[in-house]
Design a protein around this ligand. Structure first.
Ligand code: NAD
Length: 453
C-alpha cells in the first residue's frame, strides 16, 4: 500500500506515515458504508441521539490528546487546537438533539392524510482541507450522521491524523462499524471517487474555489447533492466613529490567527481615510505584541505555515509590495513567516484581490460609506467580514449591503456552531452548522394516504 509522510510544520521533520488509499480500497469502503446505511437509518432516533452524545463524551475525554495531535500535525497553537477539539464535542452535542426533532409536516389536503418525511440521503462523502482539520470534518460528518446517513470522509493529505483518531473514537463510543469511516488518500483518487461513485449521494467539499468548481461540475453528472465551502478575501471595515483601540486590538487576530490560513481571514483592511494614520499606528502596536512562536507554548498566538510550498506562495505576494510593517517569527527549521501588513496601491494589486492564505493583510483607505461598500464587494468571494462602527444605523445599512455569508459588527468572529456558516458568490454553496445544516443531509418525501371513498 502507498503511504504519505506526515510532517511537523514547526520543524519540517517527518514524524509518521499514513496509508494512502487507492481506488479499490475506496470502492470497498463506500460499499461497506452503503450496507451500513441500511441499518443506521433504522436505529431509533433516541438511540442515535444517545450514541452521538456518547461520542461527544469520548471526544471530551480525549480533548488534550486530539489537541496535541493537531499542534504536531498542523502547527496550530495549543490554545486554538483545544478550541478545535472542543468544537467537535460541541457540534456532536448540538446535533445529538436533532434525530429526535427531525419532524416532517402534516399538510391539509382533500381525501386523506398528507405527511412529509426528511429522509436521509445514503452515503455522504466529506472532503476536508488542511487548515482546520477537526472542526471542518465535524461540521460535515456530525449533521450527516444525525440525519441518518453514513459517512466516508477524506482528510487533506497534509493533515490526516485527527480525523483518523476521531473515527477510532466513534467506534469506542459505540457507533456501529462502517457508519463513519475516514479514508486518507489523494484528492484526485479518493476525493474524486466520492464524486463519481453512484452510491455516494452527497459531497460536502471544503477547499479551494478551483477544486470546488470541478467537484460541482462532476456532481452534476448524477445530480448529486453538493455543499461547497470555498475561498475568501474578506473585508474588515473600520469607520472613523468606531472604538479604534478595540478595532486595532482585534485586527491582528482577525487575519493572523492560524497563520492566516483561514477562509474567514479578514485579509482586506479598509480604514476610513480621516483616521487612517491613527488606526495604523494602533494596529502596529498590536501586531508587535502578536507572538509567533513554538505552537506548543501556551503564550503562542501564531504558529508556522503548513508547508514549505505554502510559505513560498505567501512570500511571493510580499516581494515587491509596499510593506507597512511586519511582526517577528522564529528562524531556523519549520515553515515560519512573520505577520505582515501591506499597503495596497489600488484595488488592482494582486495581494488585495487574491486569497493569500497566509499571515498577510492589505490595507486601503476609503472616503465614505458608499466607497467602503463598493470596495468590500469588489471581489468574487463573499465568505465573512467585519464592520467597526458605533452608529447602529450604519452597522445595519452596511451589513445588509456587503455581499457575504457571515458578518460581524464590532467583532471579528465568524463561527458559532448554533448559527449558519457559508459563503455567497464564489465562496460557496449551501450552509453548514446551525439549525439549517441538518436538512441539507435529507430529501423531503411526501406521502399521501387516501381515506378511501
Ligand atoms: P484544496 O482544494 O487543494 O483541497 C481541499 C481538499 O480537496 C483536500 O482534501 C484535497 O485532497 C481534496 N481534493 C483536491 N483535488 C481534488 C479533486 N480533484 N477531487 C476531489 N477532491 C480533491 O484546498 P486546500 O489547499 O486543502 O485548502 C485551502 C483552501 O480551502 C483555501 O482556498 C480556503 O479558503 C479553503 N477553505 C474554505 C473554507 C470554508 O469554509 N469556506 C474552510 C477552510 C478552507
Amino acid at each position: 500500500m502507498n503511504v504519505t509522510d506526515v510532517i511537523n510544520p514547526a520543524n519540517g521533520a517527518v514524524f509518521t506515515t499514513v496509508p494512502s488509499l487507492g481506488l479499490e480500497e475506496t470502492d470497498a469502503a463506500i460499499e461497506r458504508a452503503r450496507t451500513a446505511f441500511g441499518e443506521w437509518r433504522r436505529v431509533a432516533p433516541g438511540d442515535r441521539a444517545r450514541l452521538l452524545r456518547r461520542f461527544a463524551a469520548v471526544v471530551e475525554d480525549h480533548l488534550e490528546e486530539l489537541a496535541l495531535l493537531e499542534v504536531r500535525n498542523a502547527g496550530h497553537t495549543i490554545g486554538n487546537a483545544r478550541w478545535e477539539a472542543g468544537n467537535v464535542r460541541d457540534v456532536l452535542n448540538y446535533y445529538a438533539g436533532a434525530p429526535e426533532r427531525l419532524s416532517g409536516r402534516q399538510i391539509p389536503v382533500p381525501g386523506g392524510l398528507d405527511v412529509t418525511f426528511h429522509e436521509p440521503l445514503g452515503v455522504v462523502g466529506i472532503i476536508v482541507p488542511w487548515n482546520f482539520p477537526m472542526p471542518i470534518a465535524g461540521w460535515g460528518f456530525v449533521p450527516a450522521l444525525a440525519a441518518g446517513n453514513t459517512v466516508v470522509l477524506k482528510p487533506a493529505e497534509l493533515t490526516p491524523l485527527t480525523a483518523i483518531r476521531l473515527a477510532e473514537l466513534a467506534l469506542e463510543a459505540g457507533l456501529p462499524e462502517n457508519v463513519f469511516q475516514v479514508l486518507p488518500g489523494k484528492g484526485s483518487v479518493v476525493g474524486q471517487r466520492f464524486v463519481t461513485h453512484p452510491a455516494v449521494r452527497k459531497v460536502c467539499f471544503t477547499g479551494s474555489t478551483t477544486v470546488g468548481k470541478s467537484i460541482m461540475a462532476g456532481c452534476a453528472d448524477q445530480v448529486k447533492r453538493v455543499t461547497l465551502e470555498l475561498g475568501g478575501k474578506s473585508a474588515n471595515i473600520v469607520f472613523a466613529d468606531a472604538d479604534l483601540s478595540a478595532a486595532a486590538a482585534a485586527a491582528p487576530g482577525a487575519v493572523f490567527d492560524n497563520a492566516g490560513q483561514d477562509c474567514c481571514a479578514r485579509s482586506r483592511l479598509l480604514v476610513e481615510a480621516s483616521v487612517f494614520d491613527r488606526f495604523l499606528a494602533l494596529f502596529q502596536e498590536n501586531v508587535a505584541k502578536f507572538r509567533t512562536s513554538d505552537p506548543t507554548s501556551e503564550e503562542s498566538d501564531m504558529g508556522p505555515l503548513i508547508s514549505a510550498g505554502q510559505r513560498a506562495t505567501v512570500a511571493g505576494y510580499v516581494g515587491g509590495a509596499d510593506v507597512a510593517f511586519q511582526g517577528t517569527a522564529p528562524s531556523g527549521d519549520g515553515f515560519w513567516f512573520p505577520p505582515t501588513v501591506l499597503l495596497a496601491r489600488s484595488a488592482d494589486d494582486p495581494h488585495w484581490r487574491e486569497e493569500i492564505f497566509g499571515p498577510v493583510v492589505s490595507v486601503l483607505p476609503f472616503r465614505d460609506e458608499a466607497e467602503a461598500i463598493r470596495l468590500a464587494n469588489d471581489t468574487e468571494y463573499g465568505l465573512s467580514g467585519s464592520i467597526w462602527t458605533r452608529d447602529v444605523g450604519r452597522a445595519l445599512r452596511v451589513s445588509r449591503s456587503v455581499e457575504t455569508g457571515a458578518l460581524s459588527v464590532n467583532s471579528n468572529s465568524s463561527v458559532r456552531y448554533w448559527t449558519p456558516f457559508g459563503g455567497m458568490k464564489q465562496s460557496g454553496l449551501g450552509r453548514e452548522l446551525g439549525p439549517d445544516a441538518l436538512l441539507s443531509f435529507t430529501d423531503v418525501k411526501n406521502v399521501f394516504i387516501s381515506m378511501g371513498e
